[in-house]
Ligand binder design. Structure first.
Ligand code: CTP
Length: 404
């Protein structure tokens, strides 16, 4: 599993997964896999209607334990309706039907899942799925508002085509959104109250309408940092160059293309931030633009020389404007002399910490899911980390924040 949500450090956490009657019930099996993949142990309850769409056996086979069904069956634990409240840190109901929302909003306790939800005092996450007319119905709106006002965490459905062929808001949210909400509810909230800026991905500098200058940055390192900070409670703004990375809805995303756009966005945001971590692989140069029409190759039969102009150094400009109390972390992409280059960049750009990585080795840098880094802070602390998933590198970087 790769991606900015593939954190695996949730071993020992217990999640209770409720599944209700909806065509989207099959998606709960994938959610179960995402949660066990993050290290969580998961128990589950399938309502009677859910069991018409999916079977308890599938959940058991994918590791859910125990899987609850109806209440008060002979030979079964008579206190199953209280079990998640005693053992799980988070309860998530996905998909949550309109009927389930109505039951929960009114405090009904007439089946196993509604009893378990009523007896659960930890974070409750609801991811509804239903026909768009049912979602828009005044009764459902009222139930949803009441549930949110009570502190329930909602992962609202998406707009699009639904199973019956209708269009509108009602499709179960992307599983990554539900997974993100669960992980955030489980994570320590040690970055709560911090405003964090992360730059990520490459920048792209056009030469003519069909050609540009860029690099192979995937944006995964920055996305992992942005998501990790958000999971730990921070308010996060990600300034993203053209990279194919998904970020949970809870983060603010500012999409940019060129280094100049990234420079403007980051410098505008920086005065309102507590922390910035600049991972973007910014193009240091941009080609002098050819113009608005496509360059034809017969104009350069003997080869082509393009002049490049220098771009501003975003991180350096932020370092020069850093106020007391702000923390600035930079990256250093290198192909040699990791430590020497890291020290030079730490000093030249007024950083509190620099994370240097080799971009010419397997298991490190652009493109892959792992990174091998060395971390140097302004007090002289130096650490070399072995190859780790980028998500784990991100988590460890934020662990160092209180010491900066
Ligand atoms: N950076 C930046 N703006 C630039 C270039 C780099 O903000 N125009 C930031 C990167 O996001 C990274 C750090 O500066 O956090 C170091 O980037 P890197 O590419 O390693 O080094 P450069 O400063 O560009 O220097 P060089 O390419 O000569 O190593």
């Amino acid at each position: 599993m790769t991606g900015p949500l593939s954190f695996s450090g949730f071993l020992g956490s217990r999640v209770h997964l409720g599944v209700t009657g909806s065509v989207a019930a099959y998606k709960a099996l994938d959610l179960l896999r995402l949660l066990t993949g993050a290290g969580c142990s998961v128990s589950a309850t399938l309502t009677e209607s859910a069991r018409r769409f999916v079977t308890p056996l599938s959940f058991q086979a994918l590791g859910a334990d125990p899987v609850f069904g109806g209440m008060f069956k002979e030979g079964e634990n008579p206190f199953g309706h209280l079990a998640p409240g005693k053992t799980a840190q988070v309860m998530v109901i996905a998909p949550a039907s309109a009927n389930t929302l109505a039951r929960l909003a009114n405090g009904l306790a007439d089946d196993m899942l509604s009893c378990q939800a009523l007896a659960f005092s930890g974070p409750l996450i609801l991811a509804p799925a239903m026909n768009p007319n049912m979602w828009a119905a005044p009764a459902t709106r009222e139930n949803w508002t009441r549930l949110l006002a009570r502190g329930v965490r909602g992962v609202e459905p998406e707009a699009g085509p639904v199973a019956c062929g209708d269009q509108g808001q009602g499709r179960l949210a992307a599983l990554s959104e539900i997974q993100a909400a669960v992980l955030r509810a489980l994570a320590p909230q040690d970055m709560a109250g911090k405003r964090v800026l992360v730059s990520l991905g490459p920048t792209r500098e056009a030469w003519d309408p069909v050609r540009f200058w860029s690099n192979a940055s995937s944006g995964l390192m920055g996305a992992s940092l942005a998501v990790a900070a958000w999971l730990r409670g921070a308010e996060v703004t990600a300034v993203a160059g053209p990279a194919q990375v998904e970020l949970p809805r809870g983060l603010t995303r500012v999409d940019v293309t060129t280094a100049a756009e990234m420079h403007a966005a980051c410098l505008d945001l920086w005065p309102r931030m507590d922390v910035a971590c600049m991972t973007a692989a910014v193009s240091d140069f941009r080609p002098e633009p050819y113009g608005d029409t496509k360059f034809k190759k017969d104009k350069a039969a003997d080869g082509l020389t393009i002049r490049f102009l220098a771009n501003a150094d975003i991180l350096k400009d932020m370092g020069a404007r850093k106020k007391k109390g702000q923390v600035l972390v930079g990256f250093a992409a290198e192909t040699s002399d990791l430590e020497t280059q890291a020290r030079a960049k730490l000093k030249a750009k007024h950083l509190d910490m620099v994370v240097a990585n080799r971009v010419d080795l397997p298991d490190s840098g652009f493109g892959g899911s792992n990174n091998t880094v060395c971390v140097l802070d302004r007090r002289g602390r130096l650490e070399h980390w072995t190859a780790l998933p980028k998500t784990e590198v991100a988590w460890r970087i934020w662990d160092l924040l209180p010491q900066l």
